[in-house]
Ligand binder design. Structure first.
Ligand SMILES: Cc1ncc(COP(=O)(O)O)c(C=O)c1O
Length: 458
């Protein structure tokens, strides 16, 4: 194999580590099987697309999916719905008075505060800790009796510190609704995420562990919350009773609640139920991809990998690390250099981008405030996001893809770390496996950097 790598960073005119596009879900790098496709076709051919049709629930695709979810997660109730956003909103609508303050973390996808707004509540943002997990001490500091629920987010596949979150929530008597959208299938201390709080909200959008294009589901053991969520999701004229063994078990009157058409349809449900059968395999692949890449860069001094709250408590869909360089714009430069090497990478807090995972880009929450005023509200999270690089890792990455990611990160890190002898450093940085294979990448000459860190683009 001809490897086109020299010591020049691609950003400085050298050869990139790879020229093929980095595989991501939006370029078709998805874990989809023929069984999933056949399941979707079966639902299409049935001509019955609406979940509440003439068939008994157990014979519908949606009913079967919900039964499978109950058993997979060991929960009393499961409701398939429209999306992760609506799953979070349904749980809040069913449990919290409109107008309440709901706490969540400042590092999430904009959909989390959006779901809080959709439920008619007001988000309160809380700092994250050095590993980008919800900081429970900051939650305590910002808490007031107006706060009626907390939504921890298992962000980018990493479990939130659920023991500490639950302890605090129990202490002040508020429910916890988990945003498990990015971490479907992950466990923390042998317990599945989404089963710690009063409800767990999941997505089946295309880059999630179950892919139905769009979609989501809600899990809970709270029967009243469940019944309300079912009605809110669009179960009208007694259809809520189909989720119970007998109408007498429905603990609410459906006419007391509005309906929002957040239902899942039969086609998506058929695909989701099929994908759930192979979720363990998908999780295994994802773990192995993450293990390969993270082990390959774990020793690099200029970067610090995000740590999970407990061993294995992360999905592995994303490699996140902080660039510990001290110079402003170092992480933005690092991500840009990686992109030029052929690896999709983003500096979360890059001022040249409007990354929707940065709270200062949730301008809908802060009308009339400037970016610097918004950043100053959560300075710790701001600093961390500005230092963090995020690389998406599809479960379908090959060994060669993983190797490219490792080489590119090592190449850019080596260039950043200028203090020691460059050639000695590269030899030390080159993976032993490649050295043993006599890869031509080992001939990567070390050249002086021709370009200093550019200032962040405005
Ligand atoms: C943390 C988080 N919460 C909620 C959502 C929303 O999920 P959906 O797109 O299914 O509404 C996302 C989407 O990626 C997310 O990352």
């Amino acid at each position: 194999m001809q490897l086109k790598v020299d010591g020049h960073l691609a950003i400085e005119g050298g050869d990139p580590v790879r020229t093929r596009p980095w595989p991501t879900y939006d370029k078709g790098a998805v874990f989809v099987s023929e069984e999933d496709q056949n399941a979707g076709l079966r639902a299409l051919r049935s001509r019955l697309y609406f979940r509440y049709d003439c068939r008994p629930t157990a014979q519908t695709e949606t009913g079967r999916l919900e039964a499978k979810l109950q058993s997979y997660f060991g929960v009393r109730h499961a409701l398939a719905c429209h999306s992760g956003t609506t799953a979070i909103a349904l749980a809040l609508m069913a449990r919290v008075e409109p107008g309440s303050v709901v706490a969540t973390q400042a590092f999430s996808f904009a959909a989390t505060p959006s779901a809080i707004l959709l439920a008619g509540c007001r988000p309160l943002l809380v700092e994250v800790d050095d590993d980008l997990h919800l900081d429970v001490e900051d939650l305590r500091a910002r808490y007031s009796p107006e706060v009626k629920a907390v939504v921890p987010v298992h962000m980018r596949g990493f479990a939130a510190p659920m023991r500490a979150v639950m302890r605090f929530a129990d202490e002040v008597g508020i429910p916890v609704i988990e945003d498990v959208v990015p971490a479907l299938g992950v466990s923390l201390n042998a317990r599945r995420l989404g089963t710690f709080g009063v409800a767990g909200a999941f997505s089946t959008q295309s880059d999630k562990s179950i892919n139905t294009g769009e979609g989501g589901f809600l899990l809970t053991d709270d029967t009243e919350l469940f019944a309300r969520a079912v009605v809110y999701s669009g179960a009208y004229e007694g259809r809520c009773a189909r989720h119970f063994e007998a109408p007498s078990q429905v603990p609410i009157c459906d006419l007391d609640y509005p309906i929002f058409a957040f239902r899942m349809d039969e086609i998506r449900a058929a695909v989701a139920a099929s994908a759930l059968d192979r979720l363990p395999l998908r999780l295994k692949l994802q773990r192995s991809v993450y293990g390969r890449v993270s082990r390959g860069v774990a020793d690099l001094a200029p970067i610090t990998l995000r740590r999970p709250v407990a061993p294995g408590a992360c999905l592995g869909e994303s490699l996140l690390f902080r660039v510990r360089d001290g110079r402003d714009g170092a992480a933005a430069w690092f991500a840009r250099a990686l992109r030029r090497e052929g690896i999709d990478a983003r500096n979360l807090g890059d001022p040249a981008e409007s990354n929707i995972r940065c709270f200062w880009n949730w301008r809908f929450l802060f009308p009339g405030r400037s970016v610097s005023e918004i950043k100053a509200l959560l300075p710790r999270t701001t600093g961390l996001l500005e230092e963090t690089v995020d690389i998406p890792l599809a479960p379908t990455l090959t060994e060669a893809d993983c190797e490219d990611a490792v080489l590119a990160i090592r190449k850019v890190a080596a260039q950043l770390d200028m203090t020691a002898s460059r050639s000695r450093r590269f030899k030390a940085l080159a993976p032993a496996r490649l050295q043993a294979a006599g890869s031509s990448r080992l001939t990567w000459p070390v050249v002086p950097r021709t370009q200093s860190l550019p200032p962040p683009a405005s």
